[in-house]
Design a protein around this ligand. Structure first.
Ligand code: MN
Length: 237
């Protein structure tokens, strides 16, 4: 079984070869901890044809975290507090998601990945959480492995099938969903902030969480990856 994971990019100016694609190792470690013989494929961003070729050979897709999504993708002008963006990655990941849906792959979006699923289905984002009223800090000072706020798991959702009604999660996002995309439903929330979504009435599993379960070592984070893999295993090529 092969799980494809989208990647990020950076320039290391001190390096003789400065252009890099990268992926936090925690994504890979979380998956391998559950299934040692799993094939994990990091996907650098290229174009739609590459996306299709890679996904044809995959059994599931993880859309990883990273930069803010360019607001022009969802038809808004950039605001002052928008963070770093990379339109090339946005466009590639939208193509990637389109191909994954066409093929019928299971998709798991993490942080930016969840926001990307929302934008794909026509949803919008708060470019910064200060543009809405929230008392909860969503950029925690604690280590990523520590939880900093609770989320309520919404009944009759993918997550509610195996998680308790409330769980503690970490939080490293300065953006959030402002309007939900078509055919999506909320599966986790912290007060007004949407912390989890899933695609309604879909044959394949398409869901996302706003937190980073890949860096938390608790039983519930493990369960989320386990259930995702279980679904991917069912559709294995
Ligand atoms: Mn949060």
């Amino acid at each position: 079984m092969i799980i494809a994971i989208s990647s990020s990019s950076m320039k290391i100016k001190t390096n003789i070869f400065p252009d890099k694609f990268y992926l936090n190792a925690d994504y890979v470690k979380s998956l391998l901890a559950l299934k040692q013989d799993l094939g994990v494929m990091m996907i650098p961003y290229c174009n739609k044809q590459n996306a299709k070729e890679l996904l044809k050979r995959s059994d599931g897709l993880i859309l990883s975290g990273g930069f803010d999504i360019s607001p022009c993708i969802y038809g808004e002008k950039p605001k002052k507090l928008l963070g770093k963006t990379c339109k090339k990655r946005d466009i590639f990941e939208l193509d990637l998601l389109e191909c994954a849906l066409e093929i019928g792959l299971n998709v798991f979006g993490i942080c930016r990945g969840m926001q990307l699923i929302n934008v794909f289905f026509g949803g919008h984002l708060y470019q910064d959480l200060s543009y809405m009223k929230t008392e909860q800090n969503h950029i925690q000072k604690e280590k990523p492995s520590k939880a900093s706020h609770r989320v309520k798991i919404i009944e009759n959702s993918f997550l509610s099938a195996f998680l308790p009604k409330n769980i503690w999660v970490n939080s490293f996002h300065h953006q959030a969903i402002s309007s939900l995309g078509e055919n999506l439903k909320i599966c986790a929330k912290n007060k007004k902030i949407i912390e989890g979504i899933e695609l309604k009435e879909s044959k394949n599993l398409v869901f996302g969480v706003q937190w980073h379960p890949e860096v938390m070592k608790d039983q519930y984070s493990k369960l989320i990856f386990e259930k995702f893999l279980e679904n991917c295993c069912r559709n294995e090529k």
